[in-house]
Design a protein around this ligand. Sequence first.
Ligand code: HEM
Ligand SMILES: *[C@@H]1O[C@H](CO)[C@@H](O)[C@H](O)[C@H]1NC(C)=O
Ligand SMILES: *[C@@H]1O[C@H](CO)[C@@H](O)[C@H](O)[C@H]1NC(C)=O
Length: 324
Amino acid sequence: MTTSSSSSSMVFVTLIIVSLLVESSSAQLSTNFYSKTCPNVLSTVKSEVQSSVSKEKRMGASLLRLFFHDCFVQGCDGSILLDDTSSFRGEQTAGPNNNSIRGLNVIDQIKSKVENVCPGVVSCADIVALAARDSVVFLGGPSWDVKLGRRDSRTASFSAANSGQIPPPTSTLANLINRFQAKGLSTNDMVALSGAHTIGQARCTTFRSRVYNDTNIDGSFAKTRQGNCPISLNSGDNNLAPLDLQSPTFFDAKYYQNLVNNKGLLHSDQVLHNGGSTDSLVETYSKNLDTFNSDFAAAMIRMGDISPLTGSNGEIRKMCGKVN
Ligand code: HEM
Ligand SMILES: *[C@@H]1O[C@H](CO)[C@@H](O)[C@H](O)[C@H]1NC(C)=O
Ligand SMILES: *[C@@H]1O[C@H](CO)[C@@H](O)[C@H](O)[C@H]1NC(C)=O
């Protein structure tokens, strides 16, 4: 009797310790983080995103991508927003970002509106997370509750942004799996998050070798894309093509139908359906919008959990482009 009750209280104490440990490592982000300190933050961000995206649909894609590129370098900490100065080189000119990321001015504008309603309270990192969600919703995709409470970094890393942690469009499937796994994201999360390429545009330089050299590409699709992407290096590098040929300003599952038809624009898109382990999930998403939408939303929440700064770490920047 005594032994069993003391061993069950041991179990109880252990459970409490374990739950405290779990709590201290991940409990900081919460969907109601600003409910007392800035109750209007959600509506403020949403109306600014709506006005920007209704002016230019592509901006919704650009804001979504900004969140991905922020989270994959040092965690979701606003590091990508820090502008270069004469004495500081940030992430914006690193290979995956240079001449490519967009929407920094929109984030700055949202931040200034948010500062008007509650100065010094809301981080730029959280604004990026909210703007990504609001963009997806505005373009017809799923919604989710965004966890909040991230703080802003005082640093950024050009070298980390250039190190392949953000995988390149020439990636193999194995590389994509590894790079997402390194951030705590599963293969299924990776396939679902790649569905972000149902919106937005890519530059010729990112798909040239695919449309001229890949063999797993639909012939007439390749011809069409070659038409606006000259074969010679350095010519037409910035010419744009839609990542989803069917509905590039609508957040749907047509991206996966394209992959099934060998009409993925990037090499790294088509590897998701090229006879490998992710073919069946691509096929599922191509046929089932609800499944894609709910997996995408869940994966976005997990991506938003990557190494946030919380508590007294980092700061709440006054302006997103520079440290206080
Ligand atoms: C799986 C690995 C990924 C690779 C290799 C990749 C690569 C790329 C490349 C090369 C572009 C075109 C950039 C340019 O030409 O300027 C692009 C655009 C884009 N990516 Fe990804 N990406 C990946 C995952 C993601 C994820 C996880 C998201 C968001 C959840 C995302 C969202 C976007 C969006 C929305 C665009 C269009 C941006 C715009 O039009 O401004 N990508 N991506
Ligand atoms: C970024 O792009 C500009 C314009 O194409 C180029 O001059 C510059 O060298 C690039 N920066 C880096 C770090 O590659
Ligand atoms: C196609 O591949 C060949 C051989 O690797 C390479 O020399 C050529 O530059 C590639 N062409 C394009 C447009 O990528």
